[in-house]
Design a binder for this molecule. Structure first.
Ligand code: HEC
Length: 183
């Protein structure tokens, strides 16, 4: 190989390097990465404490004092929100949800023949009065079903206003043969 050949090879190599460099510079200029001011995906690095709080049932004031002054007629009106899933009369049929006659003060998962979620069946095993629908348990369930019985199949967002819950529970009492005395 003479030096002329070598020169040709060197020229070819250098030429190729030049072309690559130009392409890379041009490419960089054309598609320069734009830095976002904020990440497009916010990765929620929730600290442990608030997450645990969200899982715990919200702290509600006792419903007893409101029940004493509750308006069962207003509660009857509110019960229409439940009627797509529940009947309340004695011997009424189970629908999407169980018949609710006698639920106040009764055991959780009280309706015969209704296919309750495992979550509700487990809640029925809670010790003592907590296995029943006492007034405070009903209040918590109606405020936020998932907080009171995590995994319940009752797809209901909850009644936010304590007065509404008191009125509704006062009316539910009337749909029962022997409801427990008001607290
Ligand atoms: C979208 C349908 C739906 C609506 C609306 C609904 N519920 Fe329910 N409810 C259910 C289902 C389903 C269950 C059974 C839950 C389970 O097994 O986890 C249930 C269970 C209950 C229970 C427990 C019954 C027991 O035997 O332990 C109560 C009390 C109750 N609902 C009250 C209400 C009230 C009061 C309302 C209206 C404010 C309401 N629900 C609205 C579907 C509904």
């Amino acid at each position: 190989m003479d030096s002329y050949e070598l020169n040709k090879i060197a020229a070819a190599v250098i030429g190729a390097m030049l072309v690559t460099m130009v392409i890379s510079i041009l490419g960089g200029a054309l598609v320069s990465p734009r830095r976002l001011a904020e990440p497009a995906y916010q990765i929620a690095a929730a600290p442990a404490a608030p997450a645990a709080q969200a899982a715990a049932p919200a702290q509600l004031d006792p419903i007893g004092p409101l029940l004493a002054a509750a308006n069962a007629e207003a509660g009857a009106g509110l019960s229409r929100q439940c009627a797509s899933c529940h009947t309340f009369n004695q011997g009424g049929r189970n629908g999407v949800g169980p018949n609710l006659y006698g639920v106040v003060g009764g055991p959780r998962a009280h309706a015969e023949g209704f296919n309750y979620s495992n979550a509700m069946k487990e809640a029925a095993q809670r010790p003592g009065d907590e296995g029943k629908w006492n007034y405070e348990a009903l209040n918590r369930y109606l405020a936020n079903p998932q907080a009171e019985v995590r995994g319940t199949r009752m797809a209901f967002a909850g009644l936010r206003r304590a007065e509404d819950r008191a009125n509704l529970i006062a009316w539910l009492r009337t749909q029962s043969a022997n409801p427990p005395p008001l607290p």
